[in-house]
Write a protein that binds this ligand. Sequence first.
Ligand code: NAP
Ligand code: ZN
Length: 355
Amino acid sequence: MVGRKASAWAATSPSGHLSPYTYHLREMGPDDMVVRVMYCGIDHTDLHQIKGELKSNTIYPLVPGHEVVGEVIEMGSKVNNFKLGDLIGIGGIIGSCGDCDLCSSHQEQYCSHRILPYNDVYTDGTPTQGGFSSTMVIHHRFAVKIPEKLAPEQAAPLLCAGVTAYSPLKQFKHNSEKVINGGILGLGGVGHLGVLIAKGMGHHVTVISSSDKKRDEAIDHLKADAFLVSCNEDEMKKAANSLDYVLDTVPAYHSIQSYISLLKAEGKILMVGASPQPLQFLASDLILGKKTVAGSFIGSMEEMEELLKFWVEKGLRSLAEVVKMEYVNKALERMERNDVRYRFVVDVAGSNLEE
Ligand code: NAP
Ligand code: ZN
């Protein structure tokens, strides 16, 4: 048995090019909902995955997209936390075992049986497919309700990029005794939300960027407190030993040595950017300052809800460029050459997805 027919855009090879694709959704079970996709953000992980950079056996055709906002159009008999017509969000995972210590302690994103929204296989054996699609089927445990005060196209980037910044930054949230000095490395989708969220938490925020091009936007629009150009040795030297953390969002190989030196003693590199190549640093640079390089993967479903609430309470606004699906290849190409300000969001429902 298969489920409904869906119209999508998919990659069929690592070339990076997407084209129209029709497939069948998995069959809906009693815990599932069918969602009509409205908007879907474009994350750099989509590009890594399309190009087969993160996994050796990429499953093609691959429908990317994991910052999904849509409307519930059908519900299984056991779903009672949502209703028809609700606007819901789907992010970076769509399943986990539900039983292990990590699942029991609201860290299901680290469950060894987690299921990714695409380039993965669901429990019934069907390949998972993401949000560049007319419809999706989702287990109710992996959906969040979008607050009424939040526009759906604003909500989409929060579901992966936003929570990816929020989850590791949260450990610095409640500290009334001293000002937290944070660094955001790479001002892209995750980075710009990182600046807004860190500012919302009351941190003193320094953007660390590969060029001077985004300085005015960082200071004027995102209200960052300081801006460093990573190749400016003088600026970098002056800022040495000044930061409690650096949220590293860079999607490509880069030396992290110079960012470790920006940290105060006990400071942390919060690594979220998924460089496909191994990164290097000298052990003594960590040892002598009791410093840490820590990874972080998206956030939990609980943190997604927390972030949406925090975002509305603080009245934050992301900078997104809404495009139609016909533009998706151009958008991916622009993302690859660092020409996004600061997130593409695809208007899926407003695009013609038919072949
Ligand atoms: P993005 O929008 O492309 O932004 C990345 C930023 O990094 C760019 O705007 C640029 O900022 C800088 N950058 C880009 N290419 C660079 C290069 N070759 N060298 C140095 N800096 C470069 O990407 P994103 O969507 O924010 O995603 C960023 C990374 O986080 C990706 O690797 C993605 O896979 C990963 N990610 C991880 C998680 C997780 O759970 N850990 C979740 C979402 C995304 P400047 O112009 O300021 O230098
Ligand atoms: Zn588990």
